[in-house]
Design a protein around this ligand. Structure first.
Ligand SMILES: CC(C)(COP(=O)(O)OP(=O)(O)OC[C@H]1O[C@@H](n2cnc3c(N)ncnc32)[C@H](O)[C@@H]1OP(=O)(O)O)[C@@H](O)C(=O)NCCC(=O)NCCS
Length: 166
């Protein structure tokens, strides 16, 4: 593995839109749990919708990670969307991704620390995110940065009509 070069994080600008969209689309299926029978194309479509939703919100902040000036990852943070259940103020990580060949070198961690700092700047008392239970790499990273499970989304399959009931 090459030594870590000059890793930096800055706010994304309009010129970064193509990179963000392309990395988001490339990683879309990786973020979906194996419980959902989702096609690559449906996952990409869902990412496009998420991106549109985020871009329409005034409180969205996007950060770009660069290695020697080349983009390697990004994180999208929502700062104006309260927690759905309690309606309390919080920041929410809508999406985080790092290029495959740059993973495991601290880029994701650096992006996370940046959004925690940004949330503090906005005086938001919490920062939340959703992660699939079967995404161990992301979960381990979040846990090591202080995230804990607060609620659990429980899902089960519904048998198709005409099949046995379990
Ligand atoms: C999740 C993701 C953003 C992490 O980015 P990253 O740059 O690889 O993260 P880091 O290098 O900062 O990760 C560090 C931690 O992740 C964990 N990690 C890294 N590689 C791992 C692996 N192969 N298996 C398990 N955990 C791993 C470790 O806890 C590691 O900490 P350490 O370096 O102290 O051992 C990246 O894997 C990714 O883009 N995944 C696809 C998109 C995605 O799943 N996004 C999250 C949706 S919620």
């Amino acid at each position: 593995m090459p030594a870590r070069m000059a890793l930096t994080v800055r706010r994304a600008c309009d010129d970064d839109k193509a990179f963000i969209e392309s990395l988001g689309l490339a990683t879309a299926l990786e973020t979906v749990s194996s419980l959902r029978d989702m096609t690559e194309s449906a996952a990409r479509q869902a990412f496009r919708r998420l991106l549109t939703f985020c871009r329409e919100r005034a409180g969205t902040v996007t950060f770009l990670a660069e290695d020697e000036g080349r983009p390697v990852g990004f994180v999208i943070l929502l700062t104006d969307l309260p927690d759905d259940v309690t309606q309390t103020a919080q920041a929410f990580i809508a999406y985080i991704a790092v290029l495959k060949e740059h993973r495991g070198r601290g880029v994701g961690r650096m992006l996370l620390r940046t959004v925690v700092e940004e949330s503090r700047r906005h005086n938001l008392p919490h920062i939340a995110l959703m992660v699939s239970a079967d995404n161990p790499r992301a979960r381990r990273l979040y846990e090591s940065e202080g995230f804990v499970a607060e609620r659990v989304l429980m899902t089960r399959r519904v048998p198709a009509a005409g099949t046995s009931r379990t």
